[in-house]
Design a protein around this ligand. Structure first.
Ligand SMILES: [Fe+2]
Length: 138
């Protein structure tokens, strides 16, 4: 059984980003849990829609932060966000093309790997930039 627990190594050191990441992981945990109750497919689909909507909100929030501080690496960072959003959207049954939808286990692993890799690299760089430049994000 695949499990995902919040881990300190996912923390980037910016309270706003970290608190939103915890919610993202929580929704992903619910998808994992729901996927194991195979009779509840419609609910799992709803959770996939939820993680798409939340990722859309969270990326918009991070990108607003980047604009606020004139973050020099915004372009490459946003490219990774857009790639995940497209992947999530493709896996929602009402918006996705079924030819592109991944099997659920594969989808869960893909999103988990993406989150771990993106947060410890890209988001950590962003948080460090904010800290190093003592940017006030009020
Ligand atoms: Fe990000």
């Amino acid at each position: 059984m695949f499990q995902l627990e919040w881990n300190e190594k996912y923390e980037v050191g910016n309270p706003e980003i970290d608190s939103e990441h915890k919610i993202f992981v929580r929704i992903l945990q619910k998808i994992i849990c729901s996927s194991e109750k195979k009779e509840n497919h419609a609910f799992t689909e709803r959770l996939i829609y939820q993680i798409y909507k939340y990722a859309d909100f969270h990326f918009f929030s991070e990108e607003t932060l980047m604009m606020e501080i004139h973050y020099p690496a915004m372009g490459e960072h946003k490219k990774e966000h857009d790639m995940l959003l497209m992947e999530l959207r493709n896996n929602i049954s009402v918006t996705g093309n079924e030819n592109y939808q991944r099997p659920l286990d594969d989808f869960i692993r893909f999103v988990t790997d993406w989150f771990v890799s993106h947060s410890v690299k890209m988001d950590k760089k962003l948080a460090d930039f904010i800290e190093k430049n003592k940017v006030c994000t009020c």
